[in-house]
Ligand binder design. Structure first.
Ligand code: SF4
Ligand code: SF4
Length: 96
């Protein structure tokens, strides 16, 4: 089968469009703020965070709990799962 140059043009254009879409895809970044004093150290947010960016502090808060702490390493997506599962409403979620 003979392929003429004119028939190749649409395929090339399509490839360029796909490439442009990939380069402009927005990555959602998030961050959370955990209230150290509201936290009761139940660890639910630590267990449920899909990015594993929440851990337990090694210091007690005023009420005697080891509160959760956020490690902002750029992996948080702002999915808000941590805030949804927190029984103390101790987590605020922010998205870029
Ligand atoms: S918003 Fe999502 S990714 Fe970010 S800390 Fe909470 S559960 Fe983890
Ligand atoms: S879910 Fe809420 S109360 Fe439990 S450890 Fe996380 S911030 Fe603290």
């Amino acid at each position: 089968m003979i392929v003429r140059p004119a028939e190749k043009t649409p395929v090339r254009s399509l490839l360029i469009i796909v490439s442009d879409k990939q380069s402009t895809a927005k990555i959602v970044r998030g961050a959370i703020v955990i209230s150290r004093e509201l936290c009761k150290g139940c660890e639910l947010c630590i267990s449920f965070c899909p990015k594993k960016v929440i851990s337990q502090s090694d210091k007690l808060n005023a009420a005697g709990y080891l509160s959760a702490v956020f490690s902002d390493n750029g992996q948080c997506t702002g999915c808000a799962i941590c805030a949804i599962v927190c029984p103390e409403v101790a987590i605020e979620v922010y998205r870029e």
